[in-house]
Ligand binder design. Sequence first.
Ligand code: TPP
Ligand code: SF4
Length: 268
Amino acid sequence: MLKAKDYKSDVKPIWCPGCGHYSVLNAITKAFSALEQAPESSVLVSGIGCSSRLPAYVNSYGFHGVHGRALPVAAGLKVARPELNVIALGGDGDGFSIGGNHFIHACRRNVNIVYVVMDNEVYGMTKGQASPTTPEHWDHSKLTPHGPEVRPFQPCAIALAAGASFIARGHSGDPNGLAKILYDAVQHPGFAFVQVLSQCVTFCPEQAQWKDIVHLEEVCTADPVAAANFLHGDDGFAKGVFYRNPRPVWPVTHEQQGSSDIRRGFAL
Ligand SMILES: Cc1ncc(C[n+]2csc(CCOP(=O)(O)OP(=O)(O)O)c2C)c(N)n1
Ligand code: SF4
């Protein structure tokens, strides 16, 4: 059995010291070790952002793509190569702003992939602009000196409304708890969405306080109404698996095709 450290690549991360994304990397490698994943059986697909650098640091296949486009690449890959374990990942800017429409339709489609969003409520890579999950009155960016003055995007509630069949939230301050969530997410048949509160120490140093306010909730349900009630009262700092309700994965009505079938289908 490979140890977590065996899933680290030889590339040294260039995140700021103390960035939450280091812990997410640790949690992913711990989960791979616990799942006894062969490195070549997994693919990590990302967009652009500090968080989206993560595939380079993992000893598996990886695809560092275009800003906001991790999910369509990951879904296409899974449909063409169903035997692979496909994990899409990125940041809140990547996933909920430019990639927001893909997020909704990935939940709806229920392709059997995991989507990990490292949510630091800011655009870290482009130097601290407000993102869709930035608090309404966060005034640290010169672009929004009075705060974005917009209600933050609610990723878990939106995932539920759009049809995701597994919804969870973890915290970078708890890599072991996050590894357990990822373990469950990989085994879930269908679209598994995991929001991770992952601090940006450079542009949001106040996020160091998250460790004091994050709280574990044992609320996992298969009832969408119960999950909706919980998520609408959620303070955004609960962690745990909130909803798990397997339903048919896409593609449902057609036999899954291998890549050679697809090549034949496109042959002139
Ligand atoms: C099409 C396109 N638009 C804008 C950018 C600039 N850009 C690069 S990363 C990024 C945001 C990254 O923020 P987030 O996804 O929250 O990740 P973080 O860096 O915080 O981990 C943006 C807007 C880009 N690379 N491509
Ligand atoms: S800017 Fe923020 S998100 Fe990017 S590496 Fe530094 S701490 Fe992490």
